[in-house]
Write a protein that binds this ligand. Structure first.
Ligand code: AMP
Length: 288
């Protein structure tokens, strides 16, 4: 039976009570409008823990674009049904006031420093975004306490920021999870439902671009300029604005410097199709 809790103190008490019974807690933070990507995290948490708690909070601090915040899909009632069906134990869905009781507006909330991995890419294109993520995830971690927390690799830079935060706090254990994709290769995202049919077809070029870079990598190509040019030429086949199509070192987040020295790399893409911003990535040095 799914427990729905809005009050952070009650959510904390629920978690403390579970731990007091010796239960290991799995925690999946989300912004709702749950899709197959979220569901895979929740199912994994249910499989690996005694109880699972999901949070649903459309975090205003992480939207640098007010239109994006206003149009972000919200579907609490159908989310509850999905959680109930999956066998989730508790959902925490506090309001802004529950999350930031000390403030009158968003301007007077103390914003956390997201650390070294926030530089570049999302940090450049969405100023304040990773600061907002870090600030809210810190609060959620403090409400839930020690647990295993599940995050998708789809938001790779966010994952690095959250791992850094967890290291500073000393908890929770962060569990990175694989990106789940539609059969077209398009990564599931709550924003996909804002795409028209034509836009969704265009969006499939994101994964095509990533896999083209990976195919080149698999043939031994290590020239980052060539790998990025390949991604960009595929993205250019359809109408979209490419914010970045780049490589990074997946561990230290440095941009590759030498032409032939790469031994590990992740390819990352951000595009805007109409008004919808999509991101995706692929490890070039892992898997097939
Ligand atoms: P969001 O609701 O977009 O904030 O996402 C909540 C969590 O789900 C984050 O850890 C995301 O990285 C993860 N997530 C989002 N989309 C996917 C996906 N397609 N596959 C796996 N995880 C995902």
């Amino acid at each position: 039976m799914l427990e729905i809790i809005e009050n952070p103190t009650s959510a904390s008490d629920w978690c403390k009570n579970q731990r007091a019974q010796g239960h290991c807690i799995g925690f999946v933070p989300t912004m709702g409008t749950l899709h197959a990507g979220h569901q895979s995290l929740i199912e994994r948490s249910i499989g690996e823990n005694d109880v699972t708690c999901v949070s649903i909070f459309v975090n205003p601090l992480q939207f640098n674009d007010s239109n994006d915040f206003e149009t972000y899909p919200r579907n609490l009632e159908s989310d509850y049904k999905i959680l109930e069906k999956l066998g989730c134990d508790m959902v925490f869905c506090g309001t802004n006031h529950d999350m930031f009781p000390e403030s009158c507006g968003l301007d007077d909330i103390e914003i956390l420093d997201p650390g070294p991995h926030a530089s570049g890419l999302e940090g450049d294109y969405r100023p304040g975004h990773l600061e907002g993520v870090c600030t809210v995830v810190d609060r959620l971690f403090r409400f839930v306490g020690d647990c295993r927390a599940y995050f998708g690799q789809k938001d790779y830079q966010q994952l690095l920021v959250v791992q850094h935060l967890a290291k500073i706090l000393g908890y929770p254990q962060i569990v990175p999870c694989e990106t789940v994709r539609q059969s077209s290769g398009l990564a599931y995202s709550s924003r996909n439902r804002l795409l028209s049919g034509r836009e969704e077809t265009a969006a499939t070029n994101i994964y095509r671009a990533l896999t083209a870079a990976k195919s080149l990598w698999n043939t031994g190509v290590r020239d980052s300029q060539k790998l990025c040019a390949t991604m960009k030429s595929i993205l250019a086949e359809s109408s979209m604005t490419v914010e970045y199509a780049v490589l990074r070192d997946p561990d230290n987040w440095q941009r590759p410097s030498q032409k032939d020295g790469l031994d590990r790399a992740i390819a990352l893409i951000a595009v805007k199709i109409g008004e919808v911003r999509l991101i995706d990535n692929l490890r070039l040095d892992h898997g097939i």
